[in-house]
Design a protein around this ligand. Structure first.
Ligand code: NAD
Length: 461
């Protein structure tokens, strides 16, 4: 089989896998290979048991895998064969040295650049898919031109805006595709080649081109703005709880202003996921690097409010349950950082579980997709934690339920049945405001939500 183009992606994670599956699915004329240093991950991509859960992903993979989509550990061969190389390796927050806890850890990124340099015998376009600090492309260019063997590399920035849980629909019908390039003749010609790939299924007006530094920065800013909206409404939820206002009513009234808009205004236990916190901290680090301390402080506040919201949620549980959780059984409904994913990276559930355990509570954790990750996340925590997927079994003899992930499953279960299995007085702490609180209250639950007055069968002082 001859293909029009050979495309490689280095990094077969939450971004690399789905993104390349979509390109392969939409463009049968290209050969798309995804490589990774983790052989287990590659074996899973080649099996029926994909390494990540994402609605619609297995259908897209099964259309293209073996036809023009391949998963492999042979990184060297992939580099040699391809003219376009996407890099979507992880870029976590640095945990050591200068910038620890703030700056992006670019070691995986740099190793990839060196690997490309070692193995490339012909010119290539390198596409930054990972989220990176501004000016990473410059470092990439410097590494790639360091051996002077005449092989040319053009580096493009093409940040990924997909959201986990809706990755496939986001990739199929994106709000926009952003491609940043150098404004040189070569840069523009490389950019046009990438535009041509996306134009197979994305309309031209949604493909934005920009200067490469704007493109790198836009991804950090987009995540910072999204997280800022969550922290803004969560900050207001704290005030609503004091002032007997209802944050959902406030959000509705505010969000109907077309200048503000209604999305991302749901108060909750806080944001999670591998990106928001790390990308904001990265932005903060960049601002401090350039001496923009006021700007850095402003964005750092978004992360601070998120921590505050998680702490507040646990303190509210403690206070509502008569200031002691020792020996009480609390069931967490949901552990993933959001619905429709098994991803638990930075999920608020981790720190909430830790804090509840510090109060000597017993935990039962339920989640339809994230239990394996949850076990791994909490493996070093001492105390009694059980993991039960079936929510009806999970709540047996529990004193309280805390809703931590907005899975539809938890909206739709029979709470009369749940109530009958729980210890009394039974509590629900709805950390996502997804349940019908009045109905639960009428069944006998004491109901606490985020940013709304509680509904309790006790006198509230
Ligand atoms: N997860 C998201 O929702 C999302 C969305 C947009 C952007 N991003 C960004 O995309 C990037 C990747 O994120 P992810 O969630 O896919 O991460 P991930 O951890 O799921 O995947 C990264 C993969 O890269 C592999 N890898 C690391 N070093 C390698 C090397 N030298 N050679 C080959 N493979 C290597 C790892 O084994 C891993 O499988 C990050 O920069 C992230 O910020 C993530």
């Amino acid at each position: 089989m001859t293909y029009q183009k050979n495309i490689l992606c280095i990094g077969a994670g939450y971004v690399g896998g789905p993104t390349m599956a979509m390109i392969a699915c939409k463009c049968p004329q290209y050969k798309v290979t995804v490589v990774d240093i983790n052989p287990e991950r590659i074996a899973q991509w080649n099996s029926d048991n994909l390494p990540i859960y994402e609605p619609g992903l297995s259908e897209v993979v099964s259309i293209a895998r073996g036809r023009n989509l391949f998963f492999s550990t042979n990184i060297e061969k992939g580099i040699k064969e391809s003219s376009i190389i996407f890099v979507s390796v992880n870029t976590p927050t640095k945990t050591f040295g200068a910038g620890a806890g703030m700056a992006a850890d670019l070691q995986y990124w740099e190793k990839t650049a060196r690997k490309i340099l070692e193995n490339a015998a012909s010119s290539k376009i390198i596409v930054e898919k990972s989220t990176l600090p501004v000016k990473t492309a410059l470092a990439m260019e410097r590494i790639l031109t360091s051996n002077g063997n005449g092989v040319r590399f053009d580096v493009l920035s093409n940040p990924e805006f997909l959201a986990e849980g809706t990755a496939i629909s986001d990739l199929e019908d994106p709000d926009r595709v952003l491609i940043g390039s150098r404004e040189t003749k070569r840069g523009i010609s490389a950019r046009d080649e990438l535009v041509e790939i996306y134009a197979n299924w994305v309309s031209n007006e949604k493909i934005l081109t920009a200067n490469i530094w704007s493109s790198e920065l836009s991804k950090l800013v987009a995540n910072a703005f999204l997280a800022q909206r969550i922290s803004s409404i969560n900050a207001i939820s704290a005030l609503c709880e004091k002032a007997d206002a209802d944050v959902s009513e406030v959000a509705r009234a505010v969000g109907m202003d077309s200048r503000i808009g209604s999305k991302f205004l749901n108060a909750s236990v806080g944001f999670g996921g591998s990106c928001f916190k790390k990308d904001i901290l990265n932005l903060v680090y960049l601002c401090r690097h350039y001496g923009l301390n006021e700007v850095a402080d402003y964005w750092e506040g978004v992360v601070r409010i998120n921590e505050y919201q998680k702490d507040r949620f646990v303190l509210n549980i403690l206070k509502a349950m008569f200031n002691t959780l020792a020996g009480k059984k609390i069931c967490l409904f949901g552990f993933a950082f959001k619905a429709n994913t098994g991803d638990t990276r930075e999920t608020p559930a981790i720190s909430i579980a830790q804090k509840l355990m510090e109060e000597n509570a017993e935990l039962v954790i339920s989640d339809p997709q994230a239990l394996e990750n949850a076990k791994n996340d909490l493996r070093d925590i001492k105390g009694e934690i059980t993991y039960i997927e079936d929510p009806y079994k999970a709540v047996s003899q529990c004193h309280a339920i805390a809703i931590l992930t907005e899975w539809d499953l938890y909206r739709n279960i029979d709470y009369e049945k749940v109530f009958s299995k729980m210890k009394k007085p039974a509590f629900v702490f709805d950390g996502r405001n997804i349940l019908n609180h009045k109905k639960l209250f009428d069944m006998g639950f004491n109901v606490y939500s985020v940013g709304r007055p509680p509904l309790t069968h006790f006198r509230v002082d």
